[in-house]
Design a binder for this molecule. Structure first.
Ligand code: 2HG
Ligand code: ZN
Length: 470
């Protein structure tokens, strides 16, 4: 690895682009929102402002065999943006321009550092809709969302990020720039490289521009809160609503622990007797929406809800959603250790998965909070502890419990991650779900884009013997 890489980058890109040794912010680039106690300071972070700068960084680093870890807003929960192999961090945080919003073509063209919530506000001002709504939407970036193929509550009706990415500009290791995809609503002329890049967590290339698909803004939306006495009844109600064929835009669950931790932090008054909450949101034309609300409310009553509350006013809905998005930060603040998983099971197995999480908690004595996108089978299983986070035995116990959760999830036909990605934290558990053959083909695919293994090394796939050092 070149010793003088920081000096070379400074000369080529200008000192203003470099957060280098001794800079008070450098350590920030060695952390993200994952539950890892370690931090991995890079040699420097390069804050690129254009595709040309990104391409130059990737050329310089490839020539000198320096590892590069791409980074968006650093809100990832699996260590995907941590420079575990050293080298440099390539941050797109300064690439914040919304280049174009076209209401006729129903597309937006944006840089990767645009904050997802800002994109939503900008398109909403033109009566347009960008549905993916990760809970971190106020601070995560659209480039990071593409890198992880982020989901969110509205994925239940509208699908995940991949469904909204029509085209990408990607800077590749070595400096080549590739543009793939299309501006049209349909198109099958080439292999679908866009889909191939989405969700690769910066291991294939660095996204420098995106063409995003938009929808017309739904004329009206309303939120319903089904209050249940316990999680099994709420889980069974979710399954029954799914079987009814109802398609609200959101079908979320939050257990008692999740609600109790967020309660003091939010303006929304959750009912005191809530043992579990089912959060449902409908949208559409006002009259059909009202019909849907009535039907869902009545069904919740039939299915054992102790209360059904409606939030139709924008201010009240904002308060509900603010509360929902605060669950994860509230738990993080409330516990010394929060190992959060995002397993996803087939919809028919939700109730069973919830029961198995309870079993893991009873067997290990580890507290849990479960919430998230239950309608998609995507459950945020949070393992919580107030033991010493620096004690390796404590951490080993937490990860052993997480492994049990993974094993149960896979046994039910599920997958380890529904939306947060693999990064570092799930990398070594992949063989629980995937065959050697499947992992082998993914290694070949990765090697095609990054033959020297320098781009975000040590992520996404289990380490091979003699692979990069950590
Ligand atoms: C959410 O849905 C996020 O709130 C965070 O995906 C989940 O902290 C978590 O477990
Ligand atoms: Zn989530």
């Amino acid at each position: 690895m070149s010793d003088d890489i920081v000096g070379v980058l400074e000369r080529e890109l200008g000192a203003g682009a470099i957060v280098g040794p001794g800079h008070e912010r450098l350590d920030d680039y060695g952390r993200d929102e994952s539950p890892l106690p370690e931090f991995y300071p890079p040699l420097c972070a390069v804050l690129v402002e254009s595709v040309d700068m990104a391409s130059a960084v990737l050329r310089i680093c490839a020539e000198r065999k320096v590892p590069v870890t791409p980074r968006g807003a650093g809100s990832g929960m699996c260590g995907g943006a941590l420079p575990v192999a050293g080298g440099i961090v390539l941050s797109t945080e300064r690439m914040k321009k919304i280049l174009e919003i076209d209401a006729g073509d129903l597309i937006a063209r944006v840089e990767p550092g645009v904050i997802t919530g800002h994109l939503q506000e900008a398109v909403e001002a033109q009566q347009l809709f960008y549905p993916p709504d990760p809970a971190s939407l106020e601070y995560c970036s659209i480039g990071g969302n593409v890198a992880t193929n982020a989901g969110g509550p509205r994925a239940f009706k509208y699908g995940v990020t991949r469904e909204y990415i029509l085209g990408l500009e990607v800077a590749l290791m070595g400096g080549e720039v590739l543009r793939c995809g299309r501006r049209t609503a349909k198109g099958v002329t080439s292999y679908d490289l866009v889909a191939g890049f989405v969700g690769t967590e910066g291991t294939f290339g660095v996204i420098t521009e995106l063409l995003v698909k938009l929808l017309p803004y739904p004329p009206a939306a309303a939120t319903i809160l089904g209050v249940f006495s316990d999680v099994p009844t709420a889980g069974a109600a979710i399954n029954a609503l799914l079987r009814d064929g109802l398609r609200p835009r959101v079908l979320e669950l939050a257990d008692k622990n999740s609600v109790d931790y967020v309660r003091p932090k939010t303006r929304y008054r959750f009912p005191a007797n809530a043992g579990a909450i089912v959060l449902i949101e409908v949208d559409g034309e006002p009259d059909t929406m009202t019909m849907q609300m009535e039907k869902i409310g009545m069904r919740c009553d039939d299915l054992g809800a102790i209360d059904v509350l409606a939030a139709t006013e924008p201010a009240e809905r904002r308060a509900v959603w603010e509360a929902r998005r605060l669950i994860s930060p509230a738990l993080k603040e409330g516990w010394k250790i929060k190992v959060n998983e995002d397993v996803c099971v087939p919809r028919g197995r939700i109730v069973e998965m919830l029961a198995r999480v309870d079993r893991v908690s009873a067997e290990t004595g580890i507290a849990t909070a479960v919430f998230g996108h239950a309608g998609d089978g995507n459950l945020h299983v949070n393992l919580l502890s107030n033991d010493n986070p620096d004690d390796p035995d404590v951490r080993a116990k937490m990860w052993a419990a997480a492994e049990q959760v993974f094993i149960h999830c896979v046994a039910l036909g599920g997958t380890l991650s529904g939306e947060h990605g693999v990064g570092l934290t799930k990398r070594d558990y992949i063989p629980l779900e995937q065959s050697e053959q499947l992992i082998g083909w993914q290694r070949k695919w990765k090697a095609m884009w990054d033959p020297q293994g320098l781009l975000n090394p040590g992520k996404r796939l289990p380490l091979q013997r003699n692979a990069c050092s950590e």
